[in-house]
Structure formats: C-alpha cells, structure tokens
Design a protein around this ligand. Sequence first.
Ligand SMILES: [Zn+2]
Length: 91
Amino acid sequence: MMPNPAHVIRASLITRSIKCGKPNCRCATGEGHKSLYLSSYYNGKTQLDSVPKSYQDKVSQCIKDYEEITTLLAELSCINLELFRRREIDL
Ligand SMILES: [Zn+2]
C-alpha cells in the first residue's frame, strides 16, 4: 500500500543542543537544552524548524512515508520503462 502523499515530508529529524543564554542556567556551564528540529533542504537552502515533542511521532511517520513513496515510485518507473521498451505500456 502506498502511504498517503498528503502527509509526506522530505526532511530529517535532528537534535540540537541550544544554550538559552541565562547566566544562572545549568546550560551555561554544561550541555545545552536539547531540542528536536526538522532539517530540510529546498531551493538551495537548509532550514531548521523546531518540532514540539507532541509532533515527534507524526513527523517521523511523514518522513518514513516520503521515503517509502520515493522508493515505490522508483520501482514503478523501472517497471514502466521495461514495459515501454516492450511497447506494452498503456499510455
Ligand atoms: Zn539554559
């Protein structure tokens, strides 16, 4: 089954440690606050979008769906090319 194309996202989920800047915060001396981001690359630009924890699973599924559809389309294209070579494709 093809995943729903309406929900695909081409990006990666990454974790970034951010220092909040408050001088008394534990992050001033130690590790920063970990946050989840969507890293995407379109039109020559990489963008980071913050992802709330409550969205993590859904966003993760959207990324998987994108990858699955991409793989399925590549396989379909391969089959269609073979059919075209045999002039058996119905266009
Ligand atoms: Zn902090």
